[in-house]
Design a protein around this ligand. Structure first.
Ligand SMILES: C[S@@+](CC[C@H](N)C(=O)[O-])C[C@H]1O[C@@H](n2cnc3c(N)ncnc32)[C@H](O)[C@@H]1O
Length: 330
């Protein structure tokens, strides 16, 4: 097992799982092929309905087997497949959340426009599972800076950084521009994985992803000081991932605290760390000011130097955009 740590193994996930002992992994995250005829380099994404589901049951059971009792199991897919995955997972683990990730996808013909992916969040032992509440920045109008959500008379109680994370994630966008993506049809944004990892693991924990693609989960784990194990069928994707990983460092921190960055901001932090992290920010005298003004860092230059190291460590900004919204301001 130690030999597999911080490696992406090239091969079939259902075979490679056999190398992983029971109850040995802190979290498992899977983003399997969606069986939607996506154009991968080698993999044919078009199994028969029953065949696809039988195959899914094999690796879902393996994910549960290898996850520690304190650990969590996450599976990302379109809602259709998640309904089947849930009925499998309900036999072996405990439901915690269905996270709705607001990210538009292609029109499907005569149907509602699909506008979210789901992330199933299951645990093995609900009483002993590791979980950290996260906060994300308030959503503001890009033009006028006001909060998009109307807090009515409760503005005095606003958290300076932002609300606690719910099970609906609207602030992370899929990678839209080709210049930011690898030669892969469905690469996930790194800060989506960072959010999951911050929420459910500690420093040095092990994260396993059986469908690693071009390495998103491995990069997020490495940036956050976690260990990873990946499986990936396609050697080309393994190579791309390893090339990127060479430039990554375990430094996604502010002071002593692991955080997730996007461009020049923190976009996920742990609620328990806020008291210490708040010392890096200039906080307003009156909390009502949060309604129209975003909090800024005290020493912007120092922090931005750190961001550049964390985000542009490999010389490229391999990040996606955040969702951007406007209010009805004139
Ligand atoms: C949806 S993509 C994962 C993308 C990844 N999350 C990323 O951000 O790059 C699914 C991946 O599973 C791989 N794959 C398909 N069948 C596999 C199998 N039996 N074992 C391991 N990997 C497999 C495909 O090559 C593809 O890269």
């Amino acid at each position: 097992m130690k030999n597999n740590s911080n490696k992406i193994l090239n091969g079939d996930a259902t075979e490679l799982f056999k190398e992983i002992p029971d109850n040995s992994i802190d979290i498992t995250f899977a983003d399997p092929p969606f069986n939607l005829k996506k154009k991968y380099n080698g993999y044919k994404d078009s199994l028969e309905f029953e065949e696809y589901l039988e195959w899914c049951e094999l690796w879902i059971k393996e994910m549960v087997r290898v996850t520690k009792p304190t650990g969590s199991i996450f599976i990302h897919n379109i809602p259709k497949w998640l309904t089947y995955y849930s009925s499998i997972l309900n036999k072996y683990a405990t439901f915690r959340h269905w996270i709705s990730w607001d990210a538009p996808s292609s029109p499907m013909g005569k149907s509602l426009q699909p506008s979210h992916y789901g992330i199933l969040y299951y645990v093995k032992d609900i009483k002993h599972t590791k979980f950290y509440e996260l906060r994300y920045p308030h959503k503001r109008c890009r033009k006028c800076g006001y909060l998009l959500k109307d807090y009515g008379g409760k503005k005095q109680g606003l958290h300076p950084f932002g609300p606690l994370l719910s099970d609906v994630w609207t602030d992370i966008h899929r990678i839209k521009h080709n210049k930011y993506r690898d030669e892969h049809p469905c690469q996930l944004p790194i800060h989506l994985l960072e959010r999951i990892i911050l929420m459910s693991t500690d420093n040095s924990d092990i994260v396993l992803d059986p469908f690693m693609g071009t390495g998103t989960t491995a990069i997020a784990s490495k940036r956050l000081g976690r260990n990873y194990i990946g499986f990936e069928l396609d050697n080309k994707y393994v190579s791309i991932a390893n090339d990127k990983l060479k430039y990554e460092q375990s430094n996604s921190k502010l002071g002593e605290f692991w955080v997730s960055f996007f461009l020049k901001d923190i976009i996920s932090l742990r609620n328990v760390d806020w008291e210490c992290l708040s010392e890096y920010y200039l906080l307003p005298q009156n909390n009502r000011a949060i309604d129209h003004t975003k909090i800024e860092f005290i020493d912007k230059k120092k922090i931005i130097k750190h961001f550049d190291l964390v985000i542009n460590g490999n010389g490229k900004i391999k990040q996606d955009s955040m969702q951007q919204e406007f209010c009805n301001c004139p």
